[in-house]
Design a protein around this ligand. Structure first.
Ligand code: PLP
Length: 406
């Protein structure tokens, strides 16, 4: 029962100075989302300038309209949407955006509305049934870009996307051939899984693409390498994104595709992870367990369910002198599953009433929040300091020292 969280509107957003005192002095009772527009803008410009093709934002990572406008203002014009609600949201928020409906299994009504009402022309598919659906729903349109989703390995990624979607290699030939008959432009897409920790994930997938093109002997106009671009978390520090881009570019250049073929990517996490963090309060301490006011049903779904570790930082005046130790967290609901194992590093003298920040929650954090058990809050503050880590700032020490002075 995850509600789509589209409510981080400007009305509830208060610009405040980036200052730990200021935050602590406000003593918010509920968790607060801290947003950093400059961090999202920087990520967007990085992809626009350095990815050797078109970058479209995967909206599911964080559908906040404020964020969509920031990405748009910084050059992201194409959006990967996966549900009719996401189609409507982006069409309403950014009327000139190009929408690509990249969920391989769609309701026929959704395809119809996307095509006829919102001008969507790009659709992904991984089966003959879906191809037939798209043809029926668009009244056999002749202006479609159809992207056949190939199944590729998720072995280099922290979150697998390998079993649910994607046509198997031995079935790709027929589907590519059939899609070519009806498509104005034919694409091949894949997803290597989220948080891909090495560029090899993409070169391996591109080898699958090459084999599929050779086998089907079709002309391909778009290669879409999907999402999976990593962000930085404790224990999961990836190589620089430039390495991924270079590997992808090299692989793309050597594919047997049409002379004018385009290269696309669908980054979600990498564009928005640094955009927001949360400010939480300790309500109880039991040894190394902290009971805090946000959790698995809030912005910490991934911390609870897949053991993701996020950076943490105490906001106390004066600061603690105690050495850091590993803590686990309990969220506010009455459910035992509302537990985040961590370990999350915080000073050993953490106490009830302390405020601390949990960083890098812009992707799949805010987007997953619910109001289960009466907890959760839309309170959002804009801050101007740096995120706890960044893939887009060359000097990591600069980021670290900014954090210390927050
Ligand atoms: C989730 C998803 C993305 C974004 O993935 P990230 O790992 O967040 O970059 C891109 N494309 C598709 C089809 C997806 O399902």
């Amino acid at each position: 029962m995850h509600k789509h969280h589209n409510t981080l509107g400007l009305a509830t957003t208060h610009p405040i100075a980036a200052c730990g005192n200021d935050i602590a002095n406000r003593r918010p009772i509920d968790p607060v989302t801290l947003v950093r527009p400059h961090a999202a803008a920087r990520a967007a410009r990085f992809f626009v300038e350095k990815f050797p093709g078109k970058s479209m934002y995967a909206v599911k990572a964080n559908p906040s309209p404020d964020l969509l406008r920031i990405l748009w203002d910084n050059g992201i014009v194409q959006y990967d949407v996966a549900s009719i609600a996401e189609v409507r949201l982006v069409a309403r928020t950014l009327p000139d955006a190009i929408l690509c409906f990249m969920h391989p299994v769609k309701a026929e009504e959704a395809i119809r509305e996307a095509y006829f009402t919102h001008g969507v022309r790009t659709f992904s598919l991984d089966s003959m049934e879906e191809l037939e659906k798209i043809c029926r729903a668009t009244n056999d349109a002749t202006d479609l870009t159809l992207c056949v989703r190939l199944r590729v390995s998720s072995e280099h990624s922290k979150l697998s996307l390998a079993s649910k979607f994607g046509v198997a290699p031995h079935e790709a030939k027929l589907l590519l051939f059939a899609a070519r008959q009806v498509a104005d432009a034919l694409g091949i897409c894949f997803h290597v899984g989220s948080q891909a920790m090495t560029p090899e994930a993409y070169s391996n997938a591109m080898e699958r693409v090459r084999a599929a093109i050779v086998d089907a002997a079709v002309t391909v106009d778009v290669i879409d390498v999907g999402g999976g671009f990593p962000s930085s978390y404790p224990g999961m520090e990836p190589p620089p994104l430039e390495h991924y881009f270079a590997t992808i570019h090299r692989a793309f250049e050597s594919l047997p595709v049409s002379y004018s073929a385009e290269l696309w990517a669908e980054p979600g996490r990498a564009l928005c992870a640094e955009y927001s963090s949360i400010l939480v309060r300790v309500e109880r301490r039991r040894g190394s367990e902290l009971y805090i006011n946000d959790g698995a049903y809030g912005a910490l779904f991934d911390a609870a369910h897949i053991g993701w570790r996020f950076p943490t930082m105490l906001l106390r005046e004066p600061d603690s002198n105690a050495r850091d130790m590993g803590f686990s967290f309990y969220g506010p609901t009455c459910d035992d599953m509302d537990h985040m194992a961590g370990p999350f590093m915080l000073p050993a003298d953490m106490a009830v009433g302390d405020y601390f920040e949990i960083g890098m929650l812009g992707a799949y954090g805010a987007a997953m929040r619910t109001a289960f058990n009466g907890f959760g809050s839309d309170e959002t503050w804009i801050v101007e300091d740096e995120p706890m880590t960044s893939l887009y700032v060359n000097d990591q020490r600069k980021v670290a020292s900014n954090v210390v002075t927050l």
